[in-house]
Design a protein around this ligand. Structure first.
Ligand SMILES: [Zn+2]
Length: 181
């Protein structure tokens, strides 16, 4: 897999700065001198191993991170929740960069295309980088809506039956919702 380099400002990363890592054992197969793979390489590897994701995007986006400190899953305040395959769970906390965090995220992602990482951030997965980035942006939006709605009062939630109807309708209308696993 290709992974972003450690200790870089992400906005300054060029494609050639990315580090090539063997999925099976995490061994470095190609990198420029002095360039190390992201500290979350174990997390990325675990997700690729457990799913058929073609891209994994990990962020510390603002509202996703706020919600990761407050709840065990993002409350289903909006039908856009179905884009993630169901309610987005929060993976239990573990120190960044550890195998423990990787295992926790892999578990929270089962049957889902996104998860929050408790007191840390978020992860979104898809077939390719553009779609995974798109989902990460949608996730940040959903987290922001849930946060503000909860702050303002007690939001109505959509139940499982309604989310199933929405998913069926999205399929009928051929919205681009693909199964990741
Ligand atoms: Zn992180």
């Amino acid at each position: 897999m290709l992974v972003t380099p450690r200790r870089y400002a992400l906005g300054a990363v060029e494609p050639e700065d990315c580090v090539r890592v063997r999925l099976e054992d995490g061994a470095l197969t190609e990198s420029r001198a002095g360039v190390d793979p992201s500290s979350e390489t174990p997390l990325h590897r675990a997700v690729y191993a457990a799913s058929d994701a073609g891209a994994v995007v990990h962020t510390h986006s603002h509202f996703a991170t706020v919600m990761s400190t407050l709840v065990d899953e993002i409350p289903p305040v909006h039908y856009g929740t179905i884009a993630f395959g169901g309610n987005v769970r929060v993976a239990r906390y573990a120190t960044f960069g550890t195998d423990e965090l990787a295992a926790s995220v892999e578990e929270a992602l089962r049957g889902r295309r996104a998860a929050l990482l408790a007191n840390h951030g978020a992860v979104a997965i898809a077939d390719d980088v553009d779609r995974a980035v798109g989902l990460a942006i949608e996730l940040e939006w959903l987290a922001s809506v849930a946060y503000h709605a909860t702050l303002a009062g007690q939001p109505r939630l959509l139940d499982d039956a309604e989310l199933a109807r929405v998913a069926e309708r999205a399929r009928t209308l051929r919205y681009a919702i693909t199964e990741v696993r």
